[in-house]
Design a protein around this ligand. Structure first.
Ligand code: NAP
Length: 313
């Protein structure tokens, strides 16, 4: 019997990816939508998770596609109702909340799957394989995109817990923490915060190797990019290998030669994995990208920049 799933928070990513990928997967069946201002087609819809639970519509799992600031309370309510839980990235606003969510899912004996969609690329897997056992002495993450294009009119991204430019930046960190053969830590940096915002619009971060070895490791994030959108990760190793992941981790070049160009199937892979996790009753919730991002806020210097205004053109 297919897994009965409800999608909570029918915003951009739920409509762009979750609903279509659930529809494509024959091991899953959408049974409800939960959102205050939107509806899923062809299924019962509810304004809140509480209303869904009260309705007695049979549900095995929920996908929480709301902003991170409200996830912990929602996840707990869903787990209390006996549902398994899949969550969008970033999982929660703090590591403390994520740790609590993992412990709660374990106590309730339910599966918690913290998705990191950018990790689901064959080129990322290949990069990890090629870096295994190597000594990385260079890393440059360049994540430059237009906030108007990817988060049109979303106010939550500018509020505390909305992460600002780290909302996409954490995608890069989810790849970095997957492919790096050793952990890296934040050394310092600068975070640009618009005068009318609680979160960052740009950042320049320095990292360091955990073993103290000399290395040039850094990241630039910018939401003020116009024209070409750039999501690149360049890695260099002591033995001279130069590896470049581009287009958000879907294209891999090694020493200047493209070795893999994989189609973007991140959410298809996420839902395939979710069905496997449910079958084996296994939780998958890696805190490391969130930890690294939180450490950027701990150690980088904030710099107030000019007021942010949405593009009206
Ligand atoms: P969004 O368009 O704002 O959608 C989120 C939805 O959650 C809203 O439409 C809203 O639906 C509901 N919601 C908002 N605030 C809420 C609250 N306080 N309580 C309950 N429900 C609330 O945002 P999104 O772009 O889809 O992003 C959602 C998550 O997906 C974020 O964590 C983001 O990082 C991640 N993500 C986004 C993208 C992207 O391209 N945008 C890509 C990958 C991952 P109702 O008002 O109808 O309740």
């Amino acid at each position: 019997m297919p897994i009965r799933i409800a999608v909570v928070g029918l915003g951009k990513i739920a409509r762009d990816q979750h609903l279509p990928c659930i529809a494509k997967n024959r091991n899953l069946r959408l049974v409800a939508g939960v959102s205050r201002n939107a509806k899923a087609v062809g299924v019962p819809n509810f304004e809140t998770l509480t209303d869904l639970i009260k309705s007695k519509v049979p549900v095995d799992a929920v996908a929480l596609c709301t902003p991170p600031s409200v996830r912990l309370a929602m996840a707990k309510e869903a787990l209390d109702a006996g549902y398994h839980v899949l969550i969008e990235k970033p999982p929660t606003p703090t590591v403390g909340e994520m740790t609590d969510m993992i412990a709660y899912a374990s106590k309730k004996r339910r599966v918690l799957y913290a998705t990191w969609h950018s990790r689901y690329n064959k080129a990322v897997d290949e990069a990890k394989k090629r870096l295994k056992g190597k000594h990385v002495n260079f890393l440059r993450v360049t994540w430059k995109e237009d906030v108007n294009k990817w988060h049109p009119g979303q106010q939550w991204i500018w509020e505390p817990g909305g992460f600002g430019v780290f909302d996409p930046g954490i995608n890069a960190l989810s790849i970095v923490t997957k492919i790096m053969p050793v952990p890296i830590f934040v050394g310092g940096g600068v975070i640009d915060v618009p005068e009318n915002s609680a979160t960052a619009i740009g950042a320049e971060i320095k990292f360091k190797r955990g073993d103290g070895a000399e290395a040039d490791l850094s990241m630039v994030l910018d939401w003020r990019q116009r024209g070409e959108q750039i999501w690149d990760i360049d890695v260099g190793t002591r033995d001279g290998m130069k590896l470049k992941l581009s287009k958000g981790g879907s294209v891999l070049a090694v020493n200047g030669k493209t070795v893999m160009e994989a189609p973007l199937e991140e959410y298809e892979m996420i839902y395939e994995k979710f069905t496997r996790l449910l079958k084996s009753k296994t939780t998958d919730a890696d805190c490391s990208p969130l930890q690294l991002m939180c450490d950027c806020f701990m150690l980088a210097r904030p710099k107030v920049t000019r007021k942010f205004e949405w593009d009206k053109s």
